[in-house]
Design a protein around this ligand. Sequence first.
Ligand code: PLP
Length: 397
Amino acid sequence: MISERMKALVQNNSVIRAMFEEGRVMAKKFGQENVYDFSIGNPNFPPPPAIKQAFLDILNNEDELYVHGYMSNAGYESVRDAVAQSLNRRFGTSFTMKNIVMTVGAAGGLNVALKTLLNPGDEVIVMPPYFVDYGNYIRSYDGVLVTAPTRAGDFQPDPEALRRAITPKTKALFVNSPNNPTGVIYSEESIRAMADVLLEKQREYGTSIYIISDEPYRDLAYDGAEVPYITKFYPNTIVCYSWSKSLSLPGERIGYLVIPSEADDSQLIFDAAGIATRVQGFINAPSIMQLVVARCLEEKANIAAYDINRRLLYEGLSRLGYEAVMPQGAFYMWVKAPGGDDKVFSNKAKEHRLLIVPGSSFGYPGYVRIAYCVAKETIERSMPAFEALARELGLIS
Ligand code: PLP
């Protein structure tokens, strides 16, 4: 028999994944073009051509490069050095390869960070709405998930809710900006306010509280919006980046952790993160992908294409009477569930072959998430379905 912990996971298997699978079944039945699958954050656009070129160059120079072997658990030194230099150029930081651990995507990085930091019973704060799998990750290391909801209306972190949530057992706070599912970018003012509360509580309890900054959407910000680099405001920050979304590489599993030298116990955390990478069975981040991304550090996300989708969907939904939050980043739209019940609404949507995820899956009922990292035509074709749904719900007559 499987473990009790896995039994619970099987029972609560991610609604999003289940919906994604359901979408595939529906596509077979009704035809791909008649199902509007907005369930999962799988980028629809191909990676930039430089990625393919980098693969080819690396494989053509296989004799000179150490391409397929084991390496240090933290990753190739040359790659970590290139990542550190690129961050320093972009954000005015002063990292070296000794601050970088290459990871198996953001999910790999988050798990390495938690394995490195948590003792059983340690509390990790999340700010609803939040990425579904955080709870599963935290519980894997016998941590306890504690919530400090964002502010209603603008979905920015709420410093007072954060203050109330912190206890002597608080080990970490998950920050995810640009945010999945709201698309909100946490402002510099919010980051400063959060940092003040954390510093105050660290002093009060004599503890170290780490921000784990989950940043797969950092490079997806619209209208030139700035995404504050949190290590500059709060030294006890571990950054968790991934190229899954920015360069459309989610299946390739590549990202990195930044462990700043200013963080408490920085060297210990770095050493432990390498070991956590190994003992969790990753051993190291995929070798060829490390070499590929190191050659593509200046590549940009296809923000213009996502922006077209963002505007199309926002304008379309608003015209039909839906209340949507205009995303500042990422590729998700957070929409108020008409009638207030997100599960009822997403089930009704499914009857119109619209696959959208109830906010309850993000610890925040009353809203739904629409992932618009799809072909523009999917959004265009889905509008009659959203219209029929709006009519059925009485949003329009
Ligand atoms: N964190 C957030 C907020 C995400 O939305 C996702 C994926 O959707 C991940 C982490 C995992 O990303 P990766 O593919 O880099 O593991």
